[in-house]
Design a protein. Structure first.
Lengths: 215, 223
């Protein structure tokens, strides 16, 4: 591999990295929010709501992400919503990853010992106080490692946005390969960049978990 | 074609695509299982470089998107003068990817075996081969089946990624149809239903197998 490759196309890669990061950040933030909403609906919404959210999760767990990406990208213009490709892709990632996030939160919620709720009641905490002071902190702390894994999966899934012409890392590598005829240099660099992103994300979540674990 | 857009010929094309997706996934799962058993053996090697190689393989494969891996192999193979059909290359990529996931599942299964099992197998004087076949293998199979099935479901979903590098399967078939007919919601909805049925089918079959293989004394849902 020629090292001049990196210097020649450095700015192209940086530009592409920016799009990947933007997509990943937008989609991560959206997924966390949407996952929390789904979790709360399932927790407090009664039987019908629980069934609805359960069905939603099943559908998104058992279909590939590429389908919602295409549904939104090709479908939105038909119903009068000409969104940019990046927004379409990010929304699809949010819909899918939100389902996973809600399941992670639910798992953490179920790991809380029932005795704690009795204890909370016996010291006179209101339901809202119990949720805010007992339930929520434990759910969040317990979820951090799994949420980290989910964000890593999401970062890798941003590569699928190349299918709808977002010029993120994977798309740019493909374009460079086709333009220059170099067989693998472009993809090697991009693979290394993804590895760095994944490594940094894992480190971030590990640090966060360590910081809040014992309180 | 405008409204609806789901006539019999279209449905047949989608069914064919679903068949290709399932075939790709099955071939990849079969190859990946063999590869993963070998990789797991590396993970428990006595030699540090071998164990490091295992860790590196897992880290690189799990840290890289499948699509990047697939493009790398698709563009690089001709450069090495290895001209293969898209389907063979697709199975190779999927197998390499899924093997890393399987290997971690198997490694976890081996680590989960209670110590007395090893010790009693050794004290009975079982040779290593018989120990693997009669004690470790059956236990790992039972410990890891739920996660193994999860990865299989993931493999079916992962085949859709290959559509981006023009492997014709369910997702590419749907994309071709919607670009022609604009029946976006019906076609992709149908494709989604096919994926859903395939994934849920594998999930249910796995659960049934789990019940059939359940051993007394190693019961419980996670054992």
């Amino acid at each position: 591999m020629r090292w001049t490759w990196v210097t020649t196309y450095g700015s192209t890669y940086l530009d592409a990295l920016g799009w990947t990061l933007l997509a990943a950040l937008l989609a991560s933030a959206g997924s966390m929010f949407w996952g929390c909403v789904l979790f709360l609906i399932r927790l407090m919404g009664g039987r019908a709501a629980a069934l609805g959210v359960g069905g939603y999760v099943q559908v998104f767990r058992n279909t590939p992400v590429l389908l919602p990406i295409y549904v939104i990208y090709f479908g939105f213009p038909l119903v009068g919503l000409p969104w940019p490709a990046l927004a379409c892709g990010a929304l699809a990632l949010v819909l899918q990853n939100g389902a996973y996030v809600s399941e992670i939160l639910r798992g953490s919620f179920r790991a809380i010992d029932r005795v704690q709720f009795d204890a909370a009641k016996s010291v006179g905490l209101s339901p809202w106080q119990t949720f805010r002071k007992i339930t929520l902190p434990q759910v969040l702390v317990h979820s951090i490692p799994s949420l980290g894994n989910q964000v890593v999966a999401l970062i890798k899934d941003t590569s699928l946005l190349s299918a709808i012409a977002v010029t993120e890392l994977t798309m740019q590598a493909k374009l460079l390969t086709e333009r220059t005829g170099a067989a693998y240099e472009a993809f090697m660099v991009v693979a290394a960049l993804y590895l760095v992103l994944v490594f940094a994300t894992e480190a971030l979540f590990r640090t966060a978990h360590r910081a809040v674990r014992w309180r | 074609m405008t409204q609806g857009g789901l006539d019999i010929p279209t449905l047949v094309i989608l069914l064919k695509g679903a068949g290709v997706s399932l075939g790709l996934a099955c071939a990849a799962i079969a190859c990946a299982t063999v590869l993963a058993v070998l990789l797991t053996a590396l993970a428990f090697s006595r030699l540090l470089p071998v164990r490091l190689f295992y860790r590196l393989y897992i880290y690189v494969i799990r840290g890289t998107p499948l699509l990047v891996l697939a493009m790398l192999i698709f563009y690089a193979l001709p450069a090495f003068d290895l001209r293969t059909g898209p389907y063979l290359a697709a199975v190779v990529v999927l197998a390499i990817y899924v093997a890393a996931l399987f290997a971690e599942v198997f490694r976890g299964g081996v680590l989960a075996i209670p110590r007395p099992q090893w010790e009693s197998a050794k004290s009975l004087g079982l040779p290593p081969g018989a120990m693997l076949r009669k004690v470790i293998g059956p236990l790992v199979l039972r410990y890891t089946l739920p996660s193994y099935v999860n990865v299989c479901v993931m493999a079916v979903k992962a085949t859709s990624v290959l559509s981006i590098i023009s492997v014709w399967e369910l997702t590419l078939a749907s994309r071709e149809i919607i670009e022609r007919t604009l029946a976006v919601f019906t076609i992709l909805g149908t494709a989604g239903a096919f994926y859903f049925v395939m994934c849920l089918g594998i999930d249910r079959a796995g659960r049934r197998l789990e019940q059939r293989l359940a051993l007394r004394g190693f019961g419980g849902e996670h054992a």
